[in-house]
Design a protein around this ligand. Sequence first.
Ligand SMILES: [Ca+2]
Length: 140
Amino acid sequence: MLLVKEDNGDDDDLYLIYFCKIKASVRLSGGRTPNEGRVEILYNQVWGTLCDDGWDVNDAGVLCNELGFPGVAAVQGGASFGEGIGPIHFDQMGCTRDEVSLIKCPRGGDAGMCGHGQDAGVICQPQGMYNIALLTNVFM
Ligand SMILES: [Ca+2]
């Protein structure tokens, strides 16, 4: 949060409060096209992956929308786009679909129980393309 005082010399100086966005970012890696890949999330300034435990169409939907894609074409797990490196930040993502960002979703479990062989992936619907069959796999 940033507090800025507008000082123009009169008595009614304004105090402006800026709320900074939570610093988080997501990307897809290892895909053949920009709309697919292994899910990677920047958390505490380190890129890492997500475990596919509980990874489902609601979680993937939030991610695809966050990246600017219209929806989900396929939910994937088991490192189908190759194994990532670095930390496995989260597992058991519990998005309701209302979140604007994956980082806002409830999550749980212990990602320490997960290996990179379970890295979550997604194929988002490409821009301007609809009516793709929705696969609703849930990886347990
Ligand atoms: Ca889930």
